[in-house]
Design a protein around this ligand. Structure first.
Ligand code: NDP
Length: 285
């Protein structure tokens, strides 16, 4: 009788709340499709229990795990090292067991830049980025490390936005400037890539619009949106109608999964399998 291996490698996610995170369905669809003997467990972990959860994953020899809200910064103290961008961003969302060393990576921005590169290479480009939260911070650092020339960060006035720009100028080669967002914003005509990394337009507030002058979007600009639900936001619809090339947040989410699975399994999985799984769950055509 051939030997049957009943012991899968384990991966998963620690977050609170956890129930509405669709990553498990997307990742397990890829595992099944590629016959990978891996599982992904979506776990609700409170801040008080994070240390025990990480120790549990280590004790059980997990291959790695994702961390989401509210653990992306606090998990760092339990790790043995950080990837380059995770160190600059100061937050991790993917932990990899590399020969017994637990290394923190951040795929929030990597997935986005990979999706963007399918349409335009950010190297040498002038970029306008709306938002200064966790997603904007991760995306801007990856764009800077990918060789972007300038990043103009547009956000309502606060210390967090100033810190995002300070961090970019101090720790990456990019030239970053901060434009406080106090009135209807007009995008500079020399901008080549425009990115929405705010939560404006996220389900269920799908009709919410960015406070920008939509006439300042020009057809030669590439427009990207981090919102994955709905994938066609008001911003992207407006941009497409003008003839702009666009990048949606669903691609960003799928690419994050592809990169995470590569870290854990070493295998390049087929993104289309994950796309189909996500669209089915999110009920998207
Ligand atoms: P945060 O809460 O950390 O940041 C939210 C950002 O949106 C802040 O810059 C905030 O500005 C801005 N914002 C919110 N409401 C408004 C408004 N009415 N007008 C102007 N700015 C506003 O969230 P995250 O950075 O973690 O996430 C942001 C978005 O990115 C989410 O929609 C999330 O779904 C998406 N995301 C997508 C990922 C993907 O893989 N597709 C991965 C991670 C995030 P202020 O500082 O002024 O409050």
């Amino acid at each position: 009788k051939p030997f049957i291996d009943f012991l899968p490698a384990i991966t998963g996610s620690f977050a609170q709340p956890a129930a509405e995170n669709p990553t498990v369905a997307m990742v397990e669809a890829a595992y099944r499709h590629h016959g990978l003997h891996f599982r992904y467990l979506n776990c609700e972990v409170s801040p008080q229990n994070l240390k025990a959860a990480v120790e549990g994953a280590k004790a059980m020899g997990w291959a790695g795990f994702n961390c989401s809200i509210p653990h992306k910064v606090s998990v760092i103290q339990y790790l043995d090292g950080l990837g380059e961008s995770a160190r600059i961003i100061g937050a991790v969302n993917t932990i990899v067991n590399r020969d017994g060393k637990w290394i923190g990576e951040n795929t929030d921005g990597k997935g986005f830049v990979q999706a963007l590169k399918e349409v335009v290479d950010p190297a040498g480009k002038k970029i306008t980025l709306f938002g200064a939260g966790g997603a904007a911070r991760a995306v801007s650092v990856e764009l800077a490390l990918a060789g972007a020339a300038t990043i103009t960060v547009v956000n309502r006035p606060n210390e967090r936005a100033e810190e995002v720009v300070r961090n970019l100028n101090k720790n990456t080669p990019v030239t970053a400037v901060y434009h406080p967002w106090t009135e209807k914003y007009s995008i500079s005509p020399d901008t080549e890539i425009v990115i929405n990394a705010t939560s404006v337009g996220l389900f269920p507030n799908v009709d919410q619009q960015l406070n920008i002058d939509f006439d300042s979007i020009l057809p030669n600009m590439v427009i990207a949106d981090g919102i994955h639900n709905p994938p066609q936001t008001h911003l992207l619809k407006t941009a497409s109608a003008k003839g702009c090339k666009t990048v949606n947040g669903l691609n960003m989410l799928v690419n994050q999964g592809v990169i995470g699975i590569k870290y854990w399994t070493g295998v390049d999985v087929d993104p289309s399998v994950m796309h189909i799984a996500l669209k089915k769950i999110l009920n998207i055509e």
